[in-house]
Design a binder for this molecule. Structure first.
Ligand code: ZN
Ligand code: ZN
Length: 175
């Protein structure tokens, strides 16, 4: 698919056109062009290091989504995208290159156009990496929090004063 069509698909999901989304579209397009296919299940995993607009393009175009567990957020504040494909056992990492200062003079629309006309290699450092995917999403038991009663995944329950409690209740209790 052409960048323009992918952009339209991403905008339908994201809600607006912006440079951040465009960066995600370019990353997703690069992946498709390399033969990495859309992921209906957890075949493809994306590890993203930010939670900005770009991530929505990956969800819309590659099917690496928060709900399926094949989108993993590491809160590092970087525009880096790491992908592992369980079908081909390949991995690739895209990290954004330092933007030239002349970009600053561009309007928002101009930035989007500039990005859409760029080659992935102009925007990202791209490296094939060893295949080392995170585990598949697990279905785990849940129990009620002893304080608020809300059903909580066991791995997120905290024990404090001999009570099993959810994270918000734990934080309130410790104040
Ligand atoms: Zn946006
Ligand atoms: Zn609670």
């Amino acid at each position: 698919m052409e960048a323009k069509e992918l952009m339209e698909k991403a905008v339908r999901f994201h809600g607006h056109i912006c440079p951040g989304l465009t960066i995600g579209v370019l990353a997703a397009k690069y992946m498709l062009d390399q033969g990495y296919a859309y992921s209906p299940n957890e075949e493809l995993v994306a590890i993203v290091e930010n939670d900005n607009c770009s991530v929505d393009a990956l969800q819309a175009i590659l099917g690496t989504t928060f709900g399926k567990g094949n989108l993993i957020h590491k809160d590092y504040g970087k525009n880096n995208f790491t992908f592992y494909d369980r079908r081909t056992e390949k991995g690739v990492r895209l990290s954004i290159k330092i933007r030239k200062s002349r970009d600053k003079k561009l309007t928002r629309d101009e930035k989007v156009q500039f990005l859409l006309n760029s080659k992935p290699e102009d925007i990202f450092n791209i490296n094939d990496i060893d295949y080392n995917p995170p585990g598949l999403a697990q279905i785990e038991e849940s129990r009620p929090c002893e304080l608020c009663g809300e059903i909580t995944m066991v791995s997120r329950l905290m024990i404090y004063n001999n009570s099993e409690m959810c994270i918000p209740c734990y934080r309130k209790t410790r104040k």
